[in-house]
Design a protein around this ligand. Structure first.
Ligand SMILES: Cc1cc2nc3c(=O)[nH]c(=O)nc-3n(C[C@H](O)[C@H](O)[C@H](O)COP(=O)(O)O)c2cc1C
Length: 226
């Protein structure tokens, strides 16, 4: 698959088949993704891949936390700035509206919206979950490099006919996950990722998010006649 095709084909899948993904496949995906660049070649990314009983254990640990405290762990960092401004506020709002419209859940139906959100914590049914973490002493630069790695994982998966969904939803359970995965205290869990074969019949997977035009986020200078 051409890189440009993988970029165009990737989307956040939110319903998966239970078809398993082999260890060999995920190892190959991670080996490809590890070619992602990082400043100073620190390769600051760390990832726990869970499937089968290990996946179940992660889900159960988070459900136990919710039963004890529905708000989850103390947030390690705010996911969004406190009050989003334009154009980001509208983009976030539009995404939610369009996504819930695609699966026929109106704004008033808060329980159904919540139930959909909670599906995050089942990896949307994907047989494999990835939990990305890094050393908490790392700076914003290294966080950016972890993000590059995550994108590379999703493209390497796409190339093999697999789908992914990055999941900040797990961040609310960062400490619970750290303990459940027996990670050292200096580790911070950033994000999860569902990985598997998309259920392409599911309406949620037939909808695609929008993007701003290139001219909205890029300025071009020095082109044309000298
Ligand atoms: C770091 C990161 C975390 C995300 N967390 C979630 C999440 O918790 N749940 C979810 O449904 N989508 C999540 N998304 C998916 C975004 O909503 C999605 O990437 C965006 O709307 C663009 O749509 P697309 O990925 O389908 O192109 C996340 C994306 C990124 C990059």
């Amino acid at each position: 698959m051409e890189v440009r095709d993988a970029l165009r084909a990737r989307y956040s899948a939110r319903a998966f088949l239970d078809t398993p993904v082999s260890e060999e496949t995920i190892r190959a995906i991670l080996a490809d993704a590890a070619r992602a660049p990082s400043g100073g070649n620190l390769q600051p990314w760390l990832v726990n891949v869970v499937t089968g009983k290990a996946r179940r254990a992660v889900i159960d640990a988070v459900q136990a936390k919710i039963a004890a405290d529905p708000f989850g762990d103390e947030h390690p960092f705010p996911v969004y700035p406190e009050k989003l401004w334009e154009p980001y506020r509208s983009r976030r709002f539009d995404l939610g509206e369009q996504m819930y419209a695609a699966i026929g859940i109106p704004r008033e139906n808060k329980p159904a919206r919540l139930a959909h959100l909670m599906r995050n914590l089942d990896f949307f049914g994907a047989p494999m979950g990835l939990i990305f973490s890094l050393d908490r002493k790392m700076n914003p630069n290294q966080w950016a490099h972890l993000g590059m790695f995550m994108l590379a994982v999703s493209l390497a998966a796409q190339d093999r006919g697999l789908a992914t969904c990055m999941q900040e939803a797990w961040t609310r359970f960062s400490e619970t996950l750290r303990v459940a995965l027996k990670l050292p205290e200096d580790r911070i869990v950033y994000c999860g990722m569902a990985l598997g074969f998309a259920d392409t019949d599911a309406p949620i997977n037939q909808w695609r998010s929008e993007r701003a035009d290139v001219d909205e986020f890029a300025k071009f200078e020095g082109f044309g006649k000298p």
